[in-house]
Design a protein around this ligand. Structure first.
Ligand code: 5GP
Length: 218
């Protein structure tokens, strides 16, 4: 575990990471594992109009709301980004995100490519990671293996996946999810590298550099 002081204590904003991947590439499992092994990093909880699947809990997996309520929130400008994915609405709360970043907490949004585009064009700084499956055939296998989706639904997800993977060049990093532990480790390395950038370390570096000046004058 890191001995780094909490970023909020240094008056620094948190970093915003975006993780996107085609349905079935395993991004949610990856990010759940990531936030477990990296301190001071949390996963954002989205709002959605889709109904909860068995085992999913409101306020834990998603904030489950009605379509009408979602549309009301869109009109009120409550979302940093939102999208219609496979016929359901999904969105990231603007206030939730701002609160987290202002507290110095690093945050991961697990959102689709449409949402990632909106965050990028909003001017908010973010670091994008695209998770790729090892191949189209393996993605198809995973989709068939995990779900009770109809043939048509699977075909639709593969078609959307084809369009989504072509956007991976607009992200800063690519992680191939060939094996879970290795992929989590590469994601962790990305977070740690971003935290070590001069831009992110400026406050800490200035404090340390200040101690050299104090030493000179004392
Ligand atoms: P699922 O219904 O399987 O949980 O998610 C379906 C898709 O919606 C996934 O690709 C997921 O990344 C995306 N998604 C989940 N939350 C959000 C969100 O807040 N915004 C956007 N744009 N996409 C989201």
């Amino acid at each position: 575990m890191s001995s780094e002081p909490l970023d909020s204590a240094r008056g620094k904003r948190g970093l915003l990471f975006i993780v996107s991947a085609p349905s079935g590439a395993g991004k949610t499992t990856l990010v759940e594992r990531l936030v477990h092994v990296v301190p001071n990093l949390c996963m954002s909880r989205s709002y959605t109009s889709r109904s909860a699947r068995p085992g999913e809990r409101d306020g834990v997996d998603y904030n489950f709301i009605s379509r009408a309520r979602f549309e009301q929130m869109v009109r009120a400008g409550d979302f940093l980004e939102w999208a219609d994915v496979f016929g359901n609405y999904y969105g990231t709360g603007a206030a939730d995100t701002e609160r987290c970043l202002a507290n110095g907490q690093d945050l991961v949004l697990v959102i689709d490519v449409q949402g990632a585009r909106q965050v990028r064009s909003s001017g908010i700084e973010s670091i994008g990671v695209f998770v790729l499956p090892p191949s189209a055939a393996i993605l198809e296998q995973r989709l068939r293996g995990r779900s009770k989706d109809s043939e048509e639904e699977i075909r639709k997800r593969l078609e959307v996946a084809r369009r989504e993977v072509s956007e991976c060049a607009t992200y800063e990093y690519v992680v191939v999810n060939d094996e879970l532990d290795g992929a989590v480790e590469r994601l962790r390395a990305i977070v740690l590298a971003e935290r070590a950038r001069v831009k992110a370390m400026r406050g800490t570096a200035e404090t340390i550099i200040g101690t050299f000046d104090e030493q000179k004058t004392s």
